[in-house]
Design a protein around this ligand. Structure first.
Ligand code: GLC
Ligand code: CA
Length: 522
Protein backbone atom coordinates (compact mmCIF):
# COMPACT_ATOMS: atom_id res chain seq x y z
CA UNK A 1 0.00 0.00 0.00
CA UNK A 2 1.53 3.36 -0.97
CA UNK A 3 2.29 5.11 2.34
CA UNK A 4 1.25 8.53 1.09
CA UNK A 5 -2.39 7.42 0.99
CA UNK A 6 -2.46 7.48 4.80
CA UNK A 7 -3.06 11.21 4.88
CA UNK A 8 -4.01 11.94 1.28
CA UNK A 9 -6.63 14.61 0.60
CA UNK A 10 -7.35 14.83 -3.12
CA UNK A 11 -8.31 17.75 -5.31
CA UNK A 12 -9.98 16.86 -8.60
CA UNK A 13 -9.20 19.06 -11.57
CA UNK A 14 -11.21 19.24 -14.75
CA UNK A 15 -8.33 20.63 -16.83
CA UNK A 16 -10.47 22.45 -19.39
CA UNK A 17 -11.91 24.69 -16.71
CA UNK A 18 -9.20 25.28 -14.14
CA UNK A 19 -6.80 27.95 -15.33
CA UNK A 20 -5.88 29.15 -18.82
CA UNK A 21 -2.33 30.50 -19.24
CA UNK A 22 -2.22 31.17 -22.99
CA UNK A 23 -5.50 33.02 -23.51
CA UNK A 24 -7.12 30.45 -25.80
CA UNK A 25 -10.13 30.12 -23.50
CA UNK A 26 -9.34 26.66 -22.21
CA UNK A 27 -7.43 25.55 -19.15
CA UNK A 28 -4.01 23.91 -19.57
CA UNK A 29 -1.29 22.00 -17.75
CA UNK A 30 0.76 25.17 -17.25
CA UNK A 31 -2.35 26.55 -15.56
CA UNK A 32 -2.39 23.63 -13.15
CA UNK A 33 1.30 24.15 -12.42
CA UNK A 34 0.63 27.84 -11.78
CA UNK A 35 -2.05 26.93 -9.23
CA UNK A 36 -0.21 24.21 -7.33
CA UNK A 37 0.62 26.69 -4.60
CA UNK A 38 -3.06 27.52 -4.31
CA UNK A 39 -3.98 23.85 -3.92
CA UNK A 40 -1.24 23.42 -1.36
CA UNK A 41 -2.45 26.44 0.55
CA UNK A 42 -5.90 24.88 0.72
CA UNK A 43 -4.19 21.81 2.16
CA UNK A 44 -4.69 19.15 -0.50
CA UNK A 45 -1.70 16.95 -1.19
CA UNK A 46 -2.85 14.94 -4.19
CA UNK A 47 -4.50 15.60 -7.54
CA UNK A 48 -6.66 13.65 -9.90
CA UNK A 49 -6.78 15.25 -13.33
CA UNK A 50 -9.48 14.28 -15.84
CA UNK A 51 -8.17 12.94 -19.18
CA UNK A 52 -5.78 15.31 -20.90
CA UNK A 53 -4.70 13.13 -23.84
CA UNK A 54 -5.15 13.66 -27.53
CA UNK A 55 -8.80 13.21 -28.41
CA UNK A 56 -11.54 14.41 -30.79
CA UNK A 57 -13.41 15.35 -27.56
CA UNK A 58 -16.78 13.79 -28.27
CA UNK A 59 -16.87 13.02 -24.54
CA UNK A 60 -14.61 15.72 -23.12
CA UNK A 61 -11.51 13.55 -23.57
CA UNK A 62 -12.93 10.22 -22.36
CA UNK A 63 -12.48 9.23 -26.00
CA UNK A 64 -8.71 9.00 -26.35
CA UNK A 65 -7.02 8.93 -29.75
CA UNK A 66 -3.44 8.79 -28.45
CA UNK A 67 -2.79 7.63 -24.88
CA UNK A 68 0.83 8.70 -25.04
CA UNK A 69 0.31 12.28 -26.04
CA UNK A 70 -0.99 15.27 -24.09
CA UNK A 71 -3.68 16.98 -26.17
CA UNK A 72 -2.14 20.09 -27.73
CA UNK A 73 -4.84 22.27 -26.20
CA UNK A 74 -3.46 21.38 -22.76
CA UNK A 75 0.22 21.57 -23.70
CA UNK A 76 2.91 18.98 -24.29
CA UNK A 77 4.31 15.84 -22.69
CA UNK A 78 7.10 18.08 -21.41
CA UNK A 79 4.46 20.09 -19.51
CA UNK A 80 3.21 16.85 -17.96
CA UNK A 81 6.74 15.96 -16.90
CA UNK A 82 7.08 19.43 -15.34
CA UNK A 83 3.75 19.10 -13.62
CA UNK A 84 4.85 15.85 -11.96
CA UNK A 85 8.16 17.42 -10.92
CA UNK A 86 6.58 20.63 -9.60
CA UNK A 87 3.97 18.66 -7.67
CA UNK A 88 6.63 16.40 -6.16
CA UNK A 89 8.64 19.42 -5.07
CA UNK A 90 5.62 20.39 -2.96
CA UNK A 91 5.09 16.89 -1.61
CA UNK A 92 2.05 16.42 -3.83
CA UNK A 93 1.05 13.44 -6.00
CA UNK A 94 -0.66 13.40 -9.36
CA UNK A 95 -3.04 10.79 -10.73
CA UNK A 96 -3.91 10.81 -14.41
CA UNK A 97 -7.15 9.39 -15.75
CA UNK A 98 -6.81 6.07 -17.55
CA UNK A 99 -9.67 5.36 -19.92
CA UNK A 100 -8.97 1.65 -20.06
CA UNK A 101 -12.27 0.37 -21.42
CA UNK A 102 -12.64 2.17 -24.72
CA UNK A 103 -10.91 4.49 -27.18
CA UNK A 104 -12.07 7.14 -29.56
CA UNK A 105 -13.10 6.22 -33.11
CA UNK A 106 -9.98 8.12 -34.20
CA UNK A 107 -7.51 5.96 -32.33
CA UNK A 108 -5.15 4.21 -34.75
CA UNK A 109 -6.09 0.83 -33.23
CA UNK A 110 -9.69 1.47 -34.22
CA UNK A 111 -8.79 2.72 -37.67
CA UNK A 112 -6.81 -0.47 -38.27
CA UNK A 113 -9.48 -2.61 -36.65
CA UNK A 114 -12.17 -1.26 -38.98
CA UNK A 115 -10.34 -2.71 -42.00
CA UNK A 116 -11.70 -5.92 -43.48
CA UNK A 117 -8.20 -7.33 -44.10
CA UNK A 118 -6.92 -9.09 -41.02
CA UNK A 119 -4.24 -7.22 -39.08
CA UNK A 120 -2.74 -6.98 -35.58
CA UNK A 121 -5.72 -4.91 -34.36
CA UNK A 122 -8.58 -6.87 -35.90
CA UNK A 123 -9.63 -8.24 -32.52
CA UNK A 124 -8.73 -5.19 -30.44
CA UNK A 125 -12.46 -4.29 -30.53
CA UNK A 126 -15.61 -6.40 -30.43
CA UNK A 127 -17.00 -6.87 -33.95
CA UNK A 128 -20.14 -8.93 -34.35
CA UNK A 129 -19.65 -9.71 -38.04
CA UNK A 130 -23.16 -8.51 -38.91
CA UNK A 131 -24.15 -4.84 -39.07
CA UNK A 132 -27.44 -5.54 -37.23
CA UNK A 133 -26.19 -6.70 -33.85
CA UNK A 134 -27.13 -4.50 -30.86
CA UNK A 135 -25.36 -6.52 -28.15
CA UNK A 136 -28.47 -6.30 -26.00
CA UNK A 137 -28.28 -7.82 -22.55
CA UNK A 138 -24.54 -8.37 -22.59
CA UNK A 139 -23.20 -6.97 -19.31
CA UNK A 140 -20.60 -4.25 -19.79
CA UNK A 141 -21.70 -3.35 -23.33
CA UNK A 142 -23.94 -0.30 -23.37
CA UNK A 143 -24.58 0.06 -27.09
CA UNK A 144 -23.39 -0.49 -30.61
CA UNK A 145 -21.81 1.28 -33.52
CA UNK A 146 -23.70 0.02 -36.56
CA UNK A 147 -22.89 0.49 -40.22
CA UNK A 148 -19.71 2.40 -39.52
CA UNK A 149 -17.36 -0.25 -40.88
CA UNK A 150 -17.72 -3.03 -43.44
CA UNK A 151 -16.87 -5.40 -40.61
CA UNK A 152 -20.31 -4.97 -39.10
CA UNK A 153 -21.43 -3.79 -35.67
CA UNK A 154 -18.93 -2.83 -33.00
CA UNK A 155 -19.66 -2.86 -29.26
CA UNK A 156 -19.41 0.45 -27.42
CA UNK A 157 -19.08 1.36 -23.74
CA UNK A 158 -20.73 4.75 -23.46
CA UNK A 159 -21.43 7.05 -26.42
CA UNK A 160 -21.27 5.55 -29.94
CA UNK A 161 -17.95 7.33 -30.35
CA UNK A 162 -16.39 5.13 -27.64
CA UNK A 163 -15.84 1.62 -29.05
CA UNK A 164 -15.10 -0.94 -26.35
CA UNK A 165 -11.65 -2.45 -26.22
CA UNK A 166 -11.78 -6.22 -26.40
CA UNK A 167 -10.71 -7.80 -23.12
CA UNK A 168 -12.81 -10.88 -23.92
CA UNK A 169 -15.94 -12.44 -22.48
CA UNK A 170 -16.37 -14.20 -19.15
CA UNK A 171 -18.49 -16.97 -20.72
CA UNK A 172 -18.12 -16.77 -24.49
CA UNK A 173 -20.99 -18.24 -26.50
CA UNK A 174 -19.35 -21.02 -28.55
CA UNK A 175 -21.75 -20.32 -31.44
CA UNK A 176 -20.45 -16.76 -31.75
CA UNK A 177 -16.81 -16.74 -32.75
CA UNK A 178 -16.44 -13.03 -31.97
CA UNK A 179 -16.96 -13.69 -28.28
CA UNK A 180 -13.41 -14.56 -27.34
CA UNK A 181 -12.35 -15.79 -23.89
CA UNK A 182 -10.68 -13.35 -21.49
CA UNK A 183 -7.48 -15.40 -21.61
CA UNK A 184 -7.24 -15.56 -25.41
CA UNK A 185 -4.18 -13.99 -27.07
CA UNK A 186 -6.14 -11.04 -28.51
CA UNK A 187 -7.70 -10.19 -25.13
CA UNK A 188 -4.28 -10.45 -23.50
CA UNK A 189 -2.85 -8.16 -26.14
CA UNK A 190 -5.38 -5.46 -25.18
CA UNK A 191 -4.32 -5.84 -21.57
CA UNK A 192 -0.62 -5.73 -22.48
CA UNK A 193 -1.17 -2.54 -24.49
CA UNK A 194 -2.84 -0.87 -21.50
CA UNK A 195 0.01 -1.91 -19.19
CA UNK A 196 2.53 -0.33 -21.58
CA UNK A 197 0.56 2.93 -21.45
CA UNK A 198 0.58 2.85 -17.66
CA UNK A 199 4.35 2.31 -17.61
CA UNK A 200 4.83 5.17 -20.06
CA UNK A 201 3.32 7.75 -17.65
CA UNK A 202 4.54 6.16 -14.42
CA UNK A 203 8.09 6.21 -15.77
CA UNK A 204 7.65 9.93 -16.48
CA UNK A 205 6.73 10.63 -12.85
CA UNK A 206 2.98 10.10 -12.73
CA UNK A 207 1.87 8.72 -9.34
CA UNK A 208 -0.92 6.48 -10.55
CA UNK A 209 -4.32 6.47 -12.21
CA UNK A 210 -7.98 6.91 -11.69
CA UNK A 211 -9.39 4.21 -13.94
CA UNK A 212 -12.51 5.09 -15.88
CA UNK A 213 -15.40 2.57 -15.74
CA UNK A 214 -13.02 0.03 -14.23
CA UNK A 215 -15.69 -2.59 -13.61
CA UNK A 216 -16.77 -2.87 -17.23
CA UNK A 217 -13.77 -4.36 -19.02
CA UNK A 218 -14.70 -8.01 -19.43
CA UNK A 219 -18.06 -8.49 -21.04
CA UNK A 220 -20.90 -10.69 -19.89
CA UNK A 221 -19.12 -10.97 -16.55
CA UNK A 222 -21.72 -11.82 -13.95
CA UNK A 223 -20.56 -10.81 -10.49
CA UNK A 224 -17.58 -9.19 -12.26
CA UNK A 225 -15.41 -12.14 -11.28
CA UNK A 226 -13.23 -12.12 -14.40
CA UNK A 227 -12.84 -8.34 -14.28
CA UNK A 228 -11.74 -8.66 -10.65
CA UNK A 229 -9.16 -11.26 -11.65
CA UNK A 230 -7.97 -9.00 -14.48
CA UNK A 231 -7.25 -6.09 -12.14
CA UNK A 232 -5.64 -8.34 -9.57
CA UNK A 233 -3.09 -9.12 -12.29
CA UNK A 234 -2.48 -5.43 -12.92
CA UNK A 235 -2.06 -4.80 -9.18
CA UNK A 236 0.60 -7.50 -9.06
CA UNK A 237 2.53 -5.68 -11.75
CA UNK A 238 2.14 -2.37 -9.86
CA UNK A 239 3.29 -3.85 -6.54
CA UNK A 240 6.38 -5.20 -8.22
CA UNK A 241 7.32 -2.31 -10.48
CA UNK A 242 5.70 0.79 -8.96
CA UNK A 243 4.95 0.08 -5.29
CA UNK A 244 4.42 3.78 -4.48
CA UNK A 245 1.94 4.34 -7.32
CA UNK A 246 -1.78 4.26 -6.60
CA UNK A 247 -4.75 2.83 -8.46
CA UNK A 248 -8.16 4.40 -7.95
CA UNK A 249 -11.23 3.04 -9.66
CA UNK A 250 -14.42 4.49 -10.92
CA UNK A 251 -16.29 1.31 -9.97
CA UNK A 252 -18.75 2.74 -7.48
CA UNK A 253 -18.64 -0.52 -5.53
CA UNK A 254 -15.67 -0.52 -3.12
CA UNK A 255 -16.40 -4.04 -1.97
CA UNK A 256 -15.60 -5.40 -5.41
CA UNK A 257 -13.06 -2.82 -6.51
CA UNK A 258 -10.81 -3.25 -3.47
CA UNK A 259 -11.08 -7.02 -3.85
CA UNK A 260 -9.89 -6.44 -7.43
CA UNK A 261 -6.73 -4.84 -6.09
CA UNK A 262 -7.55 -1.16 -6.42
CA UNK A 263 -6.09 0.88 -3.58
CA UNK A 264 -9.15 3.12 -3.62
CA UNK A 265 -12.67 3.19 -4.97
CA UNK A 266 -15.40 5.81 -4.85
CA UNK A 267 -18.86 5.71 -3.47
CA UNK A 268 -20.76 7.34 -6.32
CA UNK A 269 -24.08 8.50 -7.73
CA UNK A 270 -24.45 5.01 -9.23
CA UNK A 271 -23.74 1.67 -7.58
CA UNK A 272 -24.91 0.26 -4.27
CA UNK A 273 -23.61 2.91 -1.84
CA UNK A 274 -26.49 5.41 -1.24
CA UNK A 275 -23.98 8.20 -1.83
CA UNK A 276 -26.72 10.54 -3.10
CA UNK A 277 -28.23 10.57 0.41
CA UNK A 278 -25.26 12.58 1.66
CA UNK A 279 -25.02 15.75 -0.38
CA UNK A 280 -27.16 15.38 -3.45
CA UNK A 281 -30.74 14.12 -3.50
CA UNK A 282 -32.66 14.94 -0.31
CA UNK A 283 -29.29 15.26 1.37
CA UNK A 284 -28.78 14.49 5.04
CA UNK A 285 -26.83 17.73 5.45
CA UNK A 286 -29.74 19.91 4.36
CA UNK A 287 -31.94 21.16 7.21
CA UNK A 288 -34.91 21.42 4.86
CA UNK A 289 -34.86 18.02 3.24
CA UNK A 290 -34.92 15.95 6.42
CA UNK A 291 -32.67 13.49 4.70
CA UNK A 292 -31.52 10.15 5.90
CA UNK A 293 -28.03 8.89 6.43
CA UNK A 294 -28.60 5.55 8.16
CA UNK A 295 -28.54 3.37 5.06
CA UNK A 296 -25.39 5.10 3.77
CA UNK A 297 -23.59 4.69 7.11
CA UNK A 298 -24.71 1.12 7.69
CA UNK A 299 -23.56 0.09 4.25
CA UNK A 300 -20.32 2.03 4.70
CA UNK A 301 -19.52 0.36 8.02
CA UNK A 302 -20.29 -3.06 6.57
CA UNK A 303 -17.84 -2.56 3.69
CA UNK A 304 -15.27 -0.80 5.87
CA UNK A 305 -15.27 -3.72 8.33
CA UNK A 306 -14.90 -6.23 5.52
CA UNK A 307 -12.09 -4.30 3.83
CA UNK A 308 -10.13 -3.90 7.07
CA UNK A 309 -10.40 -7.63 7.74
CA UNK A 310 -9.24 -8.36 4.20
CA UNK A 311 -6.45 -6.87 2.16
CA UNK A 312 -7.25 -3.24 2.90
CA UNK A 313 -7.79 -0.29 0.61
CA UNK A 314 -9.76 2.90 0.93
CA UNK A 315 -13.31 4.04 0.36
CA UNK A 316 -13.31 7.51 -1.20
CA UNK A 317 -16.10 10.02 -0.67
CA UNK A 318 -16.14 12.82 -3.25
CA UNK A 319 -17.71 16.24 -2.70
CA UNK A 320 -18.89 15.88 -6.29
CA UNK A 321 -17.31 15.27 -9.67
CA UNK A 322 -17.55 16.14 -13.35
CA UNK A 323 -20.48 13.72 -13.86
CA UNK A 324 -22.97 14.97 -11.27
CA UNK A 325 -24.48 18.27 -10.13
CA UNK A 326 -22.40 20.25 -7.67
CA UNK A 327 -22.79 20.06 -3.91
CA UNK A 328 -24.10 23.66 -3.88
CA UNK A 329 -27.19 22.62 -5.84
CA UNK A 330 -28.99 21.28 -2.77
CA UNK A 331 -26.99 22.72 0.15
CA UNK A 332 -26.47 26.30 1.31
CA UNK A 333 -23.11 27.53 2.61
CA UNK A 334 -23.51 26.55 6.31
CA UNK A 335 -24.74 23.14 5.15
CA UNK A 336 -21.80 22.71 2.77
CA UNK A 337 -19.48 23.50 5.67
CA UNK A 338 -21.05 20.68 7.64
CA UNK A 339 -20.86 18.35 4.65
CA UNK A 340 -17.12 19.08 4.47
CA UNK A 341 -16.75 18.43 8.20
CA UNK A 342 -18.18 14.98 7.48
CA UNK A 343 -16.15 14.39 4.30
CA UNK A 344 -12.92 15.40 6.05
CA UNK A 345 -13.46 13.39 9.23
CA UNK A 346 -14.46 10.08 7.68
CA UNK A 347 -11.95 7.24 7.15
CA UNK A 348 -10.69 6.49 3.67
CA UNK A 349 -9.75 9.27 1.31
CA UNK A 350 -11.68 12.49 0.68
CA UNK A 351 -11.94 14.07 -2.77
CA UNK A 352 -12.72 17.74 -3.30
CA UNK A 353 -14.01 18.66 -6.74
CA UNK A 354 -12.43 21.93 -7.93
CA UNK A 355 -14.62 24.90 -7.02
CA UNK A 356 -16.59 23.05 -4.33
CA UNK A 357 -14.27 24.61 -1.77
CA UNK A 358 -15.85 27.98 -2.60
CA UNK A 359 -19.35 26.62 -3.22
CA UNK A 360 -19.45 27.11 -6.98
CA UNK A 361 -22.93 26.78 -8.35
CA UNK A 362 -24.28 23.97 -10.52
CA UNK A 363 -25.49 25.87 -13.57
CA UNK A 364 -28.83 24.44 -14.63
CA UNK A 365 -29.69 24.04 -18.32
CA UNK A 366 -26.62 25.54 -19.94
CA UNK A 367 -25.75 24.31 -23.46
CA UNK A 368 -23.95 21.00 -23.66
CA UNK A 369 -20.23 21.12 -24.43
CA UNK A 370 -18.29 18.12 -25.76
CA UNK A 371 -20.80 15.50 -24.70
CA UNK A 372 -21.34 17.00 -21.27
CA UNK A 373 -25.13 17.39 -21.55
CA UNK A 374 -26.51 18.04 -18.05
CA UNK A 375 -23.03 17.43 -16.66
CA UNK A 376 -21.85 20.66 -18.31
CA UNK A 377 -23.32 22.74 -15.46
CA UNK A 378 -20.79 21.18 -13.07
CA UNK A 379 -17.85 21.83 -15.41
CA UNK A 380 -17.80 25.64 -15.64
CA UNK A 381 -14.57 27.65 -15.27
CA UNK A 382 -13.00 28.04 -11.84
CA UNK A 383 -13.81 31.41 -10.29
CA UNK A 384 -10.56 32.94 -9.11
CA UNK A 385 -11.24 36.66 -8.71
CA UNK A 386 -13.26 39.65 -9.90
CA UNK A 387 -11.24 40.41 -13.04
CA UNK A 388 -12.20 39.46 -16.63
CA UNK A 389 -13.63 35.91 -16.84
CA UNK A 390 -13.36 35.59 -13.07
CA UNK A 391 -9.60 35.40 -13.54
CA UNK A 392 -9.84 32.07 -15.37
CA UNK A 393 -8.61 33.30 -18.74
CA UNK A 394 -7.80 36.50 -20.59
CA UNK A 395 -9.52 35.28 -23.77
CA UNK A 396 -12.63 37.01 -25.06
CA UNK A 397 -15.61 35.83 -22.97
CA UNK A 398 -17.28 34.38 -26.08
CA UNK A 399 -14.20 32.24 -26.76
CA UNK A 400 -14.25 30.41 -23.43
CA UNK A 401 -14.64 26.61 -23.35
CA UNK A 402 -17.71 27.01 -21.13
CA UNK A 403 -19.09 30.40 -20.19
CA UNK A 404 -18.49 31.91 -16.77
CA UNK A 405 -21.32 32.02 -14.25
CA UNK A 406 -22.91 35.43 -15.02
CA UNK A 407 -24.04 35.92 -11.39
CA UNK A 408 -22.46 39.09 -10.01
CA UNK A 409 -22.40 37.61 -6.53
CA UNK A 410 -20.77 34.36 -7.54
CA UNK A 411 -18.16 33.09 -5.10
CA UNK A 412 -14.51 33.61 -5.94
CA UNK A 413 -11.30 32.41 -4.34
CA UNK A 414 -10.10 35.97 -3.87
CA UNK A 415 -13.22 37.15 -2.05
CA UNK A 416 -13.41 34.08 0.15
CA UNK A 417 -9.76 34.23 1.12
CA UNK A 418 -10.32 37.75 2.40
CA UNK A 419 -13.25 36.66 4.63
CA UNK A 420 -12.21 34.51 7.59
CA UNK A 421 -15.71 33.03 7.94
CA UNK A 422 -15.93 31.90 4.32
CA UNK A 423 -16.43 28.35 3.12
CA UNK A 424 -12.86 28.38 1.74
CA UNK A 425 -11.40 29.08 5.18
CA UNK A 426 -13.61 26.40 6.75
CA UNK A 427 -12.46 23.77 4.26
CA UNK A 428 -8.86 24.79 4.83
CA UNK A 429 -9.29 24.59 8.60
CA UNK A 430 -10.86 21.12 8.35
CA UNK A 431 -8.07 19.81 6.13
CA UNK A 432 -5.44 21.14 8.49
CA UNK A 433 -7.25 19.55 11.45
CA UNK A 434 -7.16 16.24 9.59
CA UNK A 435 -3.46 16.65 8.91
CA UNK A 436 -2.75 17.38 12.60
CA UNK A 437 -4.64 14.36 13.97
CA UNK A 438 -3.77 10.93 12.72
CA UNK A 439 -7.08 9.62 14.07
CA UNK A 440 -8.91 11.77 11.52
CA UNK A 441 -6.92 10.37 8.58
CA UNK A 442 -7.42 7.43 6.23
CA UNK A 443 -6.65 4.47 8.50
CA UNK A 444 -8.00 5.16 12.00
CA UNK A 445 -11.07 3.05 12.79
CA UNK A 446 -14.58 4.45 12.93
CA UNK A 447 -17.23 3.48 15.43
CA UNK A 448 -20.82 4.66 15.25
CA UNK A 449 -22.07 6.09 18.54
CA UNK A 450 -25.47 7.32 17.47
CA UNK A 451 -27.40 6.58 14.32
CA UNK A 452 -31.16 6.19 14.06
CA UNK A 453 -33.15 5.64 10.90
CA UNK A 454 -34.56 8.92 9.56
CA UNK A 455 -33.24 10.94 12.47
CA UNK A 456 -30.52 13.33 13.53
CA UNK A 457 -27.98 13.47 15.03
CA UNK A 458 -25.16 11.40 13.62
CA UNK A 459 -22.34 10.71 16.08
CA UNK A 460 -19.21 8.67 15.47
CA UNK A 461 -15.80 8.23 16.97
CA UNK A 462 -12.52 8.04 15.08
CA UNK A 463 -9.58 6.23 16.62
CA UNK A 464 -9.29 4.43 19.92
CA UNK A 465 -8.04 5.21 23.42
CA UNK A 466 -6.36 8.46 24.30
CA UNK A 467 -6.33 9.94 20.85
CA UNK A 468 -9.96 9.20 19.91
CA UNK A 469 -12.08 12.05 18.58
CA UNK A 470 -15.88 12.08 18.81
CA UNK A 471 -17.67 13.85 15.97
CA UNK A 472 -21.33 14.86 16.01
CA UNK A 473 -23.60 16.43 13.40
CA UNK A 474 -27.05 17.89 13.80
CA UNK A 475 -28.07 19.34 10.43
CA UNK A 476 -31.73 19.61 11.49
CA UNK A 477 -33.14 22.93 12.69
CA UNK A 478 -33.99 21.62 16.20
CA UNK A 479 -31.75 21.16 19.19
CA UNK A 480 -30.95 17.51 19.88
CA UNK A 481 -29.41 15.73 22.84
CA UNK A 482 -27.54 12.50 22.92
CA UNK A 483 -25.85 10.78 25.82
CA UNK A 484 -22.22 10.08 25.26
CA UNK A 485 -19.66 8.23 27.28
CA UNK A 486 -16.21 9.47 28.15
CA UNK A 487 -14.84 10.75 31.36
CA UNK A 488 -13.52 14.17 32.24
CA UNK A 489 -14.23 17.45 30.56
CA UNK A 490 -14.13 17.12 26.79
CA UNK A 491 -11.88 19.39 24.84
CA UNK A 492 -13.61 20.98 21.86
CA UNK A 493 -11.39 20.74 18.80
CA UNK A 494 -13.79 22.18 16.28
CA UNK A 495 -17.32 23.57 16.10
CA UNK A 496 -19.73 24.78 13.47
CA UNK A 497 -22.92 26.72 14.11
CA UNK A 498 -24.03 27.52 17.67
CA UNK A 499 -21.76 25.97 20.25
CA UNK A 500 -22.52 22.43 21.34
CA UNK A 501 -21.74 21.46 24.93
CA UNK A 502 -21.64 18.43 27.21
CA UNK A 503 -23.49 18.36 30.53
CA UNK A 504 -23.70 15.29 32.79
CA UNK A 505 -22.79 12.93 29.99
CA UNK A 506 -25.30 14.49 27.59
CA UNK A 507 -24.16 16.21 24.43
CA UNK A 508 -26.44 19.11 23.49
CA UNK A 509 -26.35 19.91 19.82
CA UNK A 510 -28.12 23.09 18.68
CA UNK A 511 -29.84 22.96 15.28
CA UNK A 512 -27.33 23.27 12.45
CA UNK A 513 -24.31 22.45 14.58
CA UNK A 514 -21.36 20.13 14.42
CA UNK A 515 -18.64 19.45 16.95
CA UNK A 516 -15.38 17.50 17.23
CA UNK A 517 -14.58 16.51 20.85
CA UNK A 518 -11.82 14.79 22.68
CA UNK A 519 -12.23 13.46 26.21
CA UNK A 520 -9.22 13.80 28.42
CA UNK A 521 -8.60 10.39 29.95
CA UNK A 522 -6.98 10.27 33.32
C1 GLC B 1 -16.86 7.87 -16.74
C2 GLC B 1 -16.46 9.32 -16.78
C3 GLC B 1 -17.43 10.06 -17.64
C4 GLC B 1 -17.36 9.49 -19.03
C5 GLC B 1 -17.62 7.98 -19.03
C6 GLC B 1 -17.22 7.34 -20.34
O1 GLC B 1 -18.07 7.69 -16.12
O2 GLC B 1 -16.36 9.82 -15.48
O3 GLC B 1 -17.19 11.43 -17.64
O4 GLC B 1 -18.29 10.11 -19.86
O5 GLC B 1 -16.87 7.33 -18.03
O6 GLC B 1 -15.84 7.27 -20.47
CA1 CA C 1 -5.06 27.47 -22.58
Amino acid sequence: MPQWLKNAVFYQIYPQSFYDTNADGIGDLQGIIAKLDYIQELGCNALWINPCFESPFHDAGYDVSDYRKIAPRYGTNEDARNLFAEAHKRGMRVLFDLVAGHTSIEHEWFIESMKTEKNAFSERYIWAGTPWERFEGIGGITGSLNGFSERGACAVNFFSTQPALNYGFAKPDPALSWQIPADSPAARASCGAMIEIMRFWLDMGCDGFRVDMAGSLIKGDEGQKETIRFWQGIRKMMDKEYPEAALLSEWGDPERALEAGFHMDFVLHFGPSYYLDLFHEKPFFSAASGGKIARFMENYIRIDTKVRAGKGGYICIPSGNHDMPRIARRLNVPEIKMAFAFLLSMPGIPFIYYGDEIGMKYRENIPSIEGGFERTGARTPMQWDSTLNAGFSSAKPEDLYISIDPDKNKPTVEAQKSRPISLWHEVRKLISLRMEHEVLQSDAPIEILHLKPNKCPLVYRRGEGKEAITIAFNPSSKEMSVSISGSGVPKILYTLGSAAFVQNGVLKLPGGSCVFLRFSLE
